[in-house]
Design a binder for this molecule. Structure first.
Ligand SMILES: Nc1nc2c(ncn2[C@@H]2O[C@H](COP(=O)(O)OP(=O)(O)OP(=O)(O)O)[C@@H](O)[C@H]2O)c(=O)[nH]1
Ligand SMILES: [Mg+2]
Length: 367
């Protein structure tokens, strides 16, 4: 094979990534991703609410779901309507997803559009042979009935997705030292957004340490429920500190961290991040999550970050009390853990414009 042929091969073998934001929250999150420029991925916004969809000026494509059924007015918190609406656009959705290798479906569960449409999109993705990863938030405990709807939606997603990355908004608020609501939503959006962006960037762009599509598939294919944690560290042993924090404070309460099926670690550091620092991460994870079958990690340099490292850990194949209905008392998180996490979260929140959030349903039409 000549060098030119090889370069051509590299181009054509790059996995094609599609990110779909569904409903108000989903569209808000993918707008953040589009703002940060997603290298090597297509962004679609889909909603039954025409007015909210019209704000999605940076998406590669927008889909008004269920025009006949909802007339562009949203679906008022009814997931059955959201599902019906998405089915109205089935042919178009199939066409849009047909060549996708990796599909991210992003939504805030608990409303009508995102919650109802996400299993429909997942079914299409899986049928097309894409690695289908849902990234969802579950509503705050104050949104009681919405949490019930979210639980049902996750169960139905489990049948249609490879992995479902779940962030519990309430847990997020607690871990971050009880942030005000809007800040907590900003963090959730930036967190889900950076997960999608980091994974996409590392499999499509050269980084300090690359993940490839096959690695990701090994962890996320049929990975079930996944939980995310973040951590930040500086000074001596900064990578170790950040990884340990990220693994110990998942943003969805899980029954047992040590029994996760797979672990994906993503590290971002400044120009001073060294390969040696990152190379020890694998052993460290094996120590903390001893029953894990598969561990992968990627790292990238962000020139804006000096001295510190930021780590995101994704644990797949976990069980969580919220879904099984077996309640367990949440452990109290010590202050020394909350502080650096809060710092990382505030940095994330800063990257998210709050005015986008005020357009979401949570502030306007709770029943
Ligand atoms: N992370 C995040 N969650 C949000 C945001 N806005 C709302 N939520 C959460 O997501 C849930 C669903 O809200 P939306 O996404 O606005 O609902 P929708 O899918 O558009 O559904 P309908 O408006 O009923 O058609 C809410 O109950 C909140 O918990 C946001 O900007 N970010
Ligand atoms: Mg809406």
């Amino acid at each position: 094979m000549t060098r030119e042929e090889l370069l051509e091969k590299v181009k054509t073998s790059r996995p094609s990534v599609t990110v779909v934001g569904l409903g108000g929250a989903g569209c808000n999150i993918v707008t953040w991703i589009a703002d940060k420029k997603l290298a090597g991925g297509k962004i679609i916004g889909a909603n039954t609410d025409a007015s909210h969809l019209s704000t999605m000026t940076r998406a590669d494509k927008i889909i008004l779901l269920g025009e006949k059924l909802c007339k562009g007015h949203g679906c008022g918190g009814f997931p059955e309507r959201g599902a019906e609406a998405a089915k109205e656009n089935l042919a178009e959705i199939k066409e849009d997803l047909k060549d996708t290798n990796l599909l991210f479906l992003v939504a805030g569960l608990g409303g009508g559009s995102g919650t109802g449409a996400i299993p429909v999109f997942a079914g299409v993705g899986r049928e097309a042979g894409a690695l289908t990863v849902a990234c969802v938030t579950i509503p705050f405990t104050i949104e009681m009935t919405r949490r019930e709807k979210a639980r049902d939606a996750i169960r139905s997603l489990a049948e249609n997705c490879d992995s479902i990355v779940v962030i519990d908004n309430s847990k997020l608020r607690e871990v971050a030292g009880n942030l005000p609501l809007k800040d907590a939503l900003a963090v959730a959006n930036a967190l889900v957004g950076s997960f999608v962006k980091n994974v996409t960037d590392t499999i499509t762009q050269p980084s300090l340490i690359n993940l490839d599509y096959a690695d990701l598939r090994a962890i996320m294919e049929r990975g079930g429920i996944a939980s995310i944690g973040i951590g930040e560290g500086d000074g001596a042993n900064r990578v170790e500190k950040a990884v340990s924090q990220a693994l110990s404070t998942p943003l969805l309460d899980i029954t047992d961290v040590s029994s996760a099926y797979g672990v994906l670690i993503h590290i971002v550091g400044g120009e001073d991040l060294t390969l040696e620092e990152v190379a020890v991460v694998g052993e460290q994870i094996m120590d903390k999550v001893p029953n894990t079958k598969r561990v992968i990690w990627g790292a990238k340099v962000d020139p804006m970050l000096t001295g510190a490292v930021r780590v995101m850990a994704v644990l797949t194949g976990v069980t969580c009390p919220f879904l099984t209905g077996v309640a367990k008392p949440a452990p109290v998180i010590p202050q020394e853990v909350v502080k650096p996490i809060r710092k990382a979260m505030e940095a994330l929140a800063e990257s998210y414009p709050r005015e986008t959030i005020s357009r979401a349903a949570v502030f306007s039409k709770e029943k």
